[in-house]
Design a protein around this ligand. Structure first.
Ligand code: GDP
Length: 301
């Protein structure tokens, strides 16, 4: 799936509607900006981000910098690109010079965490790296089964223990296993049960400590997976997980299934956490490195 096709639903509602604003060759006035506000909100760009975008647009209108629809679109595109490039945290993955690159993957059940891990395993394998998957969601038996299915599909090893095992000891043993066997990448699946929030956050903190103890500096990436179709829920999940363990990167799934792809812009504006990957389909190949420029071009294409 190409990025442009993956974003087609968002493009249709968002950018096509902006185009439609100018069909009657309306001039940019207060009424038009109100319509624009509605379009931005509908695309899940978020209230704060929408107000900021509108404020800047009004300012440009006042200065007579926006003569027509094309100029307004171009200005929006530039502002959006600015938000997407906003993150303070390193834009590149912190690959270690020695030993495995350990990625701790977080996310609420159902967001597409296992699928994203499978896609990442495929991506790294394609790049010639030796990948190990670790099933540290011992709370749900199905989670480990799902991961093993992905392991088979991609052709990588999976470390798992029986349901109910202590997640941090699974991780401890897995890193013991990975080190002497020269794995390049270790992707650790963690639990995503949100109904026992406190326990879960403590569990994640403990896993993180164990990783660092086993391999100083690990985890090198704490990747939070968010479902782009869930709007505000995705925002509150990001806040929650980031408070517990400092999230270093985001993966946004299911962008193909939503007209509300503006959530990407919203999240970039709300958090100083880079978006690393976006999911645009259910297949192994449907994961893209997130590149702000490419994203904006595909959205406005
Ligand atoms: P988990 O509970 O977070 O591990 O979620 P899963 O990985 O099992 O995914 C839940 C569902 O979302 C599955 O049906 C996946 O195929 C689907 N899914 C995951 N990522 C994407 C995506 O980028 N696009 C689409 N359309 N579906 C996805």
């Amino acid at each position: 799936l190409r990025l442009k096709e993956g974003l087609s639903r968002t493009r249709k509602t968002f950018v096509r509607q902006i185009d439609a604003l100018f069909l009657g060759k309306r001039k940019i006035d207060a009424e038009l900006l109100e319509d624009l506000e509605e379009i931005l909100i509908m695309a899940d760009i978020g209230a704060n981000t929408t107000q900021e975008l509108l404020g800047k647009t009004r300012e440009q209108v006042r200065r007579n910098e926006l003569s027509d629809g094309q100029a307004l679109k171009k200005a929006l595109k530039e502002m959006i690109l600015g938000y997407l490039r906003n993150a303070d945290r390193p834009a590149d993955l912190a690959l270690p010079t020695q030993g495995p690159f350990v990625v701790m993957v977080l996310g609420v059940n159902g967001v597409g965490k296992t699928t994203t891990i499978g896609k990442l395993a495929h991506k790294f394998t394609q790049a010639g790296q030796k990948v190990l998957l670790v099933a540290a969601d011992t709370f749900r038996a199905a989670a480990s089964e799902q991961l093993q299915i992905w392991g088979k599909r991609v052709g990588v090893e999976v470390v798992a223990q029986q349901a109910g095992a202590d997640p941090s000891s699974v991780v401890y043993d897995a890193l013991d296993y990975a080190r002497p066997r020269n794995f390049d990448v270790v992707l650790v699946d963690t639990a995503g049960r949100l109904h026992t929030k406190v326990n879960l956050m403590e569990e994640l903190k403990k896993i993180k400590r164990v990783m660092d103890k086993k391999i100083p500096g690990a985890p090198h990436e704490i990747l939070l997976v968010l479902d782009a179709t869930t709007g505000q829920n995705a925002i509150s999940q990001a806040r929650l997980f980031n408070e517990a363990v400092e999230v270093t990167g985001l993966a946004l799934t299911k962008l193909d299934g939503t007209a509300k792809g503006g959530i990407v812009i919203n999240i970039s504006h709300e958090f100083n956490i880079p978006i690393r990957f976006i999911g645009i389909g259910e297949q192994m190949e449907d994961l893209r490195d997130f590149e702000p420029n490419e994203f904006v071009e595909a959205l406005f294409a």
